[in-house]
Design a protein around this ligand. Structure first.
Ligand code: GLP
Length: 243
């Protein structure tokens, strides 16, 4: 595991963007899985800026998202598909036929998950999975106790995740769906390269568990420990274990 500490939000975003562009330079038709949340916002701003100034071309890459809420269509304000299109894909010159996002409003969510796995396989598997981290150690929507071998599936969200994801919403967690669809840990570990982004005081405990190097099913992020190409980018404020 390569662990890169960053002293500022700007350094964090630039370091993450550099990693993505390095991978893209090696393989212009890179297949990428994208996260939502606050953590990748700076990365997406960097990628938008680099596309706008012609420093990078994203048109041959293929794009997937990690997860989605069950029941939300792609125009819903809480939809992850909408977030990823608005924050990144619509701004960097990506054509629709290079994008496959989970359809939260699919009439049969389980069948949508199987279809999604087929689409990932047809694209040659994931070259790069970019991940955020939940305070409880979740990656994508793989909550504590998840089966580490699963591919894309429907999952029930924990109360902690629903509360965390309702930050800033006036209606609170009541508007966050109870179920999500997510690439499984099996899918993520198959990715040839993983970039894990860790920012925010509430991630301190999960990062600390990862740094102990012990695999623990109650901390899904530790499933990544034996991955041969895992890079972690973290706020340097999270260096000490804390109390
Ligand atoms: C959600 C997403 C995760 C993301 C997490 C952290 O639960 N499903 O993929 O990593 O939030 O979000 P944030 O970056 O806002 O802390």
């Amino acid at each position: 595991m390569q662990l890169l500490w960053c002293d500022s939000a700007d350094e964090f975003s630039r370091t993450a963007a550099d990693k993505v562009l390095e991978a893209l330079a090696r393989k212009p038709d890179l297949t990428v899985a994208l996260p939502t949340g606050r953590t990748p916002l700076g990365l997406y701003a960097q990628l938008r800026a680099r596309a706008a100034t012609g420093q990078a071309s994203f048109d041959r890459a293929r794009w997937f998202d990690l997860d989605e809420y069950v029941g939300l269509d792609s125009q819903h304000p809480l939809s992850y598909a909408r977030f990823i299109r608005t924050q990144l894909l619509a701004e960097i010159g990506v054509s629709d036929d290079h994008v496959r996002l989970l359809r939260g409003d699919a009439s049969d969510p389980e069948s949508e998950c199987r279809d999604y796995d087929r689409a990932i396989a047809a694209a040659g598997g994931l070259d790069l999975a970019i991940l955020g981290l939940g305070a409880n150690g979740h990656i994508a929507f793989n909550e504590p106790g998840s089966d580490w071998h699963r591919t894309t599936h429907v999952t029930e969200l924990t109360e902690q995740t629903r509360v965390a994801n309702s930050r800033g919403l006036s209606d609170g967690e009541s508007v966050i769906p109870r179920f999500g669809m997510t690439m499984g840990i099996g899918t993520l570990r198959e990715a040839r390269r993983i970039l894990l982004l860790v920012s925010g005081e509430e991630k301190r405990a999960a990062l600390q568990v990862l740094r102990t190097g012990t695999r623990d099913r109650n901390w899904p992020v530790t499933s990544l420990l034996r991955h041969p190409e895992l890079t972690v980018i973290a706020d340097s404020g999270l260096r000490s274990p804390g109390s």
